[in-house]
Design a protein around this ligand. Sequence first.
Ligand SMILES: [Mg+2]
Ligand SMILES: [Zn+2]
Length: 243
Amino acid sequence: MMAGKILIVFDFDRTLIDDDSDRWVVVEMGLTHLFTQLRRTLPWNTLLDRMMEELHSQGKTVEDIAECLKRIPLHPRVIAAIKSAHALGCDLKVLSDANQFFIETILKHHGVLGCFSEIVTNPTFVDGEGRLRIFPYHDLTSSHGCNLCPPNLCKGLVIEHFQTNISENGKKIFIYLGDGNGDFCPTLKLDEGDYVMPRKNFPLWERISNSSLCIKAKVHEWSNGEQLERILLQLIDTLLKTR
Ligand SMILES: [Mg+2]
Ligand SMILES: [Zn+2]
């Protein structure tokens, strides 16, 4: 088959990067106390926007946040895997409950932003005062109706959207990589012939292990950057050799 028929969808936090970008910024920029105080009162997405307001009120700039994000390590074998999959002609996308600014800053810093055709996540913009604003992906005034997912983003709906758009131009094979509870809903949407790569011993892997009958996609687990690269590239290689 042709590489253009392979769509690889990556979760971001604890999948592409080994850490959690929200957690990283909160801890590194000294917001742990306020974050913990407000955690029970605000939805996650709104809480992060509130944290950005706090940084702005402390005189921290968007550049300061970017410098902080650039210190998050991206595993060299994950960088190599992204570059190889892209060079082979696969379509790569990010689907994440982090946000546009965090993800783009990190991927650009490591020279791989251009390998992705699309980043689907919570949108951001810098307002007139220079404050980074973070918004929900879905409009919160109308529920998306999925009780597996947080109100701001149902990744399963996004996968269905990809499937609908794609079926107009012929079937694609999906390879979905993720670690968290939010990656379970999209995993349920995958078809026979698709693949899910859950990170071993993380919540997605546990949920798949407990409900394997509901999963149509084939499951290939991984634990670290070396394994992510090896297993993903082997899978692509096998798919490219099949008719
Ligand atoms: Mg994750
Ligand atoms: Zn969902």
